[in-house]
Design a protein around this ligand. Sequence first.
Ligand code: S6P
Length: 615
Amino acid sequence: MAGSDWTCSLSTMREWESPDYEPSLPISEKSNPLTRDIDRASATCIVRMLQASDAQMFQEGTGTTYKRLLSEQVVETLMEVAKRVELILEDPQDSLVVLSGCGTSGRIAFLMASSFNRALRELNKSPVYSYIIAGGDKALLSSQEAPEDDPRMGMLSLKRVCEGKRRVLFIGISCGLSAPFVAGQLDFCLQHPEVFTPVLVGVNPTHQARDEPIPGCTFTFRSVVQRMQELAKSQKAFLVNPAVGPEAISGSSRMKGGSVTKILLEVVLSAAHAATFTNTSVTYMGILQHMRAYEKTLDITYAQEEGISALLEAAGRSLRRGGRVCYLGWGSLAATGLIDASECIPTFGADYNDVRGFVSGGYRELNNNEGPLISLGPDFCIAHEDFLRLALPSLSDLDAVLLVYTHSDDVCDVVKLARRVREKTSNLHAVYHQVDGDTAAAVQQNDINKVCLSSLRISWPPPASRSLLHMQWELSTKLLLNAVSTGAHVLKGKIYQNHMIDVQVTNSKLYGRATRLLRKLSGCPEHRCEDALLKAIYRVDELTADISSSDINTHTLAARNRTKVVPLALVCLLTGRSLQEAETHLERQPVVREAVEACLSPSTRRGVIVARPRT
Ligand code: S6P
């Protein structure tokens, strides 16, 4: 199935919807049947699989199963939320729209608040949007998974942002309906209904919301959701939670989860802005049309299968040979690159230097709450000048550089930087968006093409609105860069079947995922898997009473500075080797997938798809 002729049938597209398919897992944690063999696929097949997985976002429901993006109920709720935003835009005095989340969800919250505040500024209006990301602004650019488990911190940060406000629309984003940080904020809103109207955005049905006790709290995410469902009947709370199918890499909600969050929020906020500033009422058809524009975005992007596959190959080759991948971005696409790069660290256990993003204009362009973060170290140096200073001098053909821009950006600046990079590496690629027939930057583009090994042009029909076009460009760039960084790590051997085997175990969600993965791949009972995980975290062959009696928070804290925790635990479980022997085994075979496969005798292959050579 993973051969160069990979195609998928409708029944594979819909297999995850069956109640018998991985019934104990919420959709956001299920493995996607479409990508079962992604670890064995060629670059082209990886792109096709990702395209099929993304297409599931727009698949219509079959009636009896889940609510989908285009379901009547979802569209109607979006209309209601848009009208609430409209009320705030019309009378912004002492009012606020707060968007909040952890990891990717917080990053999307940031992007939305920034771009819609910018739209307000252009109209000479004061900003009404605020964002909160668990762990603060450094989480925009780096992996900060632990704050996700802290409901109190969530509540306090919301309280701080809303000090003195009389009316707040709070949009809490948690794809898995699972982050305690967001649960704490929603609970706070429910306790203060005179000020707060809570909206929850996610991609699981409500009955799959996480029900694990949260230490120190009387509520779980699910109990908060149930309280919201009650209030939703009288439109005092809103739940926007269409199912979009499992992620291409299990649990990697930076992919579809992030994309669908961006789509939902842009649809709502654009409708509210149009209603307030151009007298275009919020309508069902308007919302639907905007959604369809995103569906078209997928088609236009993935029509470039060949170009995307070539980029993915180039990035994969660099990573496999110990080189780097650098995104140099302009305009709003630059932040998309920065975010995609930062997410490789927790997702694939990557080093911060493996994939890096740089933004034209640096922090000035990013315009984040806390301003420049360069004092936190070189990983937080994000401007093109920083790239020239820190990365360019040591650049070689091993490293792949991607220029990411549109023809509305400063293309002369792209030419200049492209020439400088070309002096160091021929492994230079351009990805750019252009409106059909727009030839204004043709000369400069020609110059860029001359120095680049490949140039991927994504061409768009003349837009109905400039702002919609920009949103489409951003989504298209997100899909493309997600494909490049995910695909490159797949080619590097960081994925096992469609699981992130080298995942960092730095919060309770990831701890649970790691234990489940060990169960699935080793076939051992849960208690043995958890023991193996703890031994790998604490690097001990025997668990002490102290370790066994500690809580998950303590374990995830201890796992912060550890690498290869899950692969080590798995090798120990499969072979009965000591930790040290397992470590040596993994050192000898750094491709995690191959190291694990080498341990799999036929008798231990339970639940494991037999490996086939990459085609
Ligand atoms: C996922 C990403 C994570 C999640 C974060 C929040 O690819 O690495 O950082 O965004 O865990 O998840 P959720 O389900 O609350 O949106």
